[in-house]
Write a protein that binds this ligand. Structure first.
Ligand code: LLP
Length: 431
C-alpha cells in the first residue's frame, strides 16, 4: 500500500473518507504558530502595537474564536463579518471596521456593538458616522484610510494603494486636511489616525516602508497644522506567502522590524509622539495552514496535447486561479511516496474554461479515485466560495496532532435553495 500524506498528524486520505471531498483542512498548529510569531516578534517586542487579523481571509466562528484566544484583534469589512465575530465571542472593542462603502445599517450595527475603530474611507462616510453618533449620542473612534500612491508588485486585482483606486482618500491636502480638521473638531468623533493597505501577497518590504513614510509625513503635517497628536497608524496587511516553490515566505520580522525602526526614528527626529502601530495581516496567518482535498474523477487524455484530470470541485471552492491566475502546487495524497512521472492538468467540474486548478503538474500516475491535495488554500478559498452551478460549499475541518474537528458542515442541496421562493402565479395550476 502507498504511503499517505499526513497533515498535522492526520492521514489526509482518512480525512477525505470521513468528511468527504471537497474538503478544506486547516492545521490549528500552523495557525497558532503564525500567531505566536506575531506575538513574539511584534506584540511582545514593541510597546503599543496591535495585530488585527483580516478576517476576510477566512472568517468562521472557529477561526475567529481561535484568533481571539491567540490574543489578536480583528478586522472586519461587512455586517456579516462583524456578526460572525460577535457570535464567536469577540469583544467589540477589539474589532476594527474597514470598507469603502459601509451601509447605514452596518455603521449603526458597528456603533451599537461598540467596535473599537472605524476606518473611514471618505467624506460621505464621515458625515454618516457623525449623524448616527449624534442620533445615538455616542462617539466613534476613527481613522482615515489614505491612498498612499505606491504601486506594488502583485496582481493588478489585489493592488489597492495606487492613485486610481476605489479605496481610501486621495493624497491631496486640499481634500485630506479639511476632513481631518472636521474629525478633530467633531465632539462625536475621536480621531485616532491614519490607515493604509497597499495590496496583497507582497514579497518585498520596500513598498510598506514607502507607504509608511507617506503616513508619517502626514502625522507631522497634522501636528504642524492643527497641533494634534496622531494616536494610531494602521499599516494594513499584505504580507506574502508561499504558494509555489517560486514564492518567498518572509518572516513577519522582515516587514515589521524595518517598519518599526522607521517609525520610531521618524518620531524621534521630529520630536513627535510615536503612534500605536496596528497591522492587519490575513493571508499570512492562515493561507499556509490550509490545504484542500479533492477526489479525481474523469481523466481525459488529448493525444499530443495534455491530460485533464478533473476534481469534484474547482473554482467554486477556489476561485483564485480563475480570477488572478494564481498558481498552486499539490500532490496525490494517497500516493505520497510514489515518484512523480506524469504531467497532468488538474481541472475543476465547473462550466467555465478558466476552471483549471493547476496547469501541467507532474504527479505519480493519476487514477480516478485518487485524492489530490492542494497546498496553501487556507486564505481566500472558503471565504470566496460560491454556489455557482449549484455546487455545495464544502466542509472545513481543523486538525491538530492527529485529531480532526468539523468546523464547517458541508452545505446540503436543501440549504442551497432554502431562500428561494416560487411566486404564487407560477405555483401548480396557475399561469
Ligand atoms: N486590510 C485591508 C484593508 C485589506 O483590504 C486587506 C485585503 C487586508 C488587510 C489583508 O490583506 P492580506 O494580509 O490578506 O494580504 N482575494 C484576494 C485578496 C484580496 C485582499 C483584499 N484586502 C486573494 O485571494 O488574493
Amino acid at each position: 500500500m502507498s504511503e499517505h500524506f499526513i497533515f498535522d498528524g492526520c492521514d489526509t486520505v482518512e480525512l477525505a473518507k470521513t468528511f468527504q471531498t471537497p474538503l478544506y483542512v486547516f492545521s490549528e498548529t500552523k495557525i497558532k504558530e503564525a500567531c505566536q510569531e506575531l506575538r513574539e516578534d511584534f506584540i511582545e517586542k514593541y510597546d503599543r502595537v496591535r495585530v488585527a487579523y483580516a478576517s476576510k481571509a477566512f472568517n468562521t466562528l472557529a477561526m475567529l474564536r481561535l484568533v481571539e484566544k491567540e490574543g489578536l484583534c480583528l478586522d472586519v469589512v461587512s455586517g456579516g463579518e462583524l456578526y460572525t465575530a460577535i457570535k464567536a465571542g469577540f469583544e467589540a472593542e477589539k474589532i476594527e471596521f474597514n470598507g469603502n462603502n459601509k451601509s447605514i445599517e452596518e455603521l449603526e450595527m458597528a456603533l451599537d456593538y461598540g467596535v473599537g475603530r472605524i476606518i473611514v474611507d471618505g467624506l460621505q462616510e464621515l458625515e454618516l458616522i457623525q449623524a448616527i453618533c449624534k442620533e445615538k449620542q455616542t462617539t466613534a473612534n476613527i481613522l482615515f484610510r489614505i491612498t498612499p500612491e505606491i504601486s506594488v508588485h502583485t496582481h493588478e486585482y489585489i493592488s489597492t494603494g495606487q492613485k486610481d483606486s476605489k479605496f481610501g482618500i486621495p493624497l491631496d491636502e486640499s481634500i485630506l486636511l479639511p476632513l481631518i480638521q472636521q474629525a478633530i473638531e467633531a465632539p462625536e468623533l475621536d480621531f485616532y489616525g491614519i490607515h493604509f493597505h497597499i495590496g496583497s501577497q507582497l514579497a518585498e518590504n520596500q513598498t510598506h516602508l514607502a507607504a509608511a513614510q507617506v503616513a508619517l509625513d502626514l502625522v507631522k503635517k497634522i501636528y504642524d497644522t492643527f497641533g494634534y497628536t496622531v494616536k494610531e497608524l494602521n499599516y494594513g496587511g499584505g504580507f506574502g506567502v508561499r504558494y509555489t516553490t517560486d514564492d518567498i515566505r518572509q518572516p513577519f520580522a522582515y516587514f515589521l522590524d524595518p517598519l518599526m525602526e522607521k517609525t520610531i526614528a521618524f518620531c524621534q527626529e521630529h520630536k513627535l509622539y510615536r503612534p500605536t502601530i496596528v497591522i492587519e495581516p490575513g493571508r499570512s496567518i492562515v493561507a499556509e495552514a490550509g490545504i484542500s482535498l479533492h477526489t479525481i474523477g474523469a481523466i481525459k487524455t488529448l493525444p499530443g496535447i495534455r491530460t485533464y484530470a478533473s476534481i469534484d470541485g474547482g473554482m467554486t471552492d477556489n476561485i483564485r486561479p480563475g480570477l488572478y491566475h494564481a498558481e498552486y502546487e499539490g500532490i496525490l495524497a494517497n500516493k505520497y511516496d510514489q515518484a512523480a512521472t506524469e504531467k497532468v492538468t488538474i481541472s475543476g467540474k465547473i462550466c467555465e474554461s478558466t476552471d483549471i486548478l493547476v496547469k501541467d503538474i507532474v504527479l505519480p500516475p493519476v487514477e480516478t479515485g485518487d485524492i489530490f491535495a492542494t497546498f496553501t488554500t487556507g486564505a481566500y478559498g472558503y471565504s470566496m466560495a460560491s454556489n455557482y452551478n449549484k455546487i455545495q460549499i464544502p466542509a472545513a475541518v481543523f486538525v491538530q496532532d492527529g485529531q480532526a474537528e468539523l468546523v464547517v458542515e458541508r452545505q446540503s442541496y436543501a440549504q442551497i435553495i432554502q431562500n428561494e421562493r416560487i411566486p404564487k402565479h407560477l405555483q401548480s395550476g396557475e399561469t
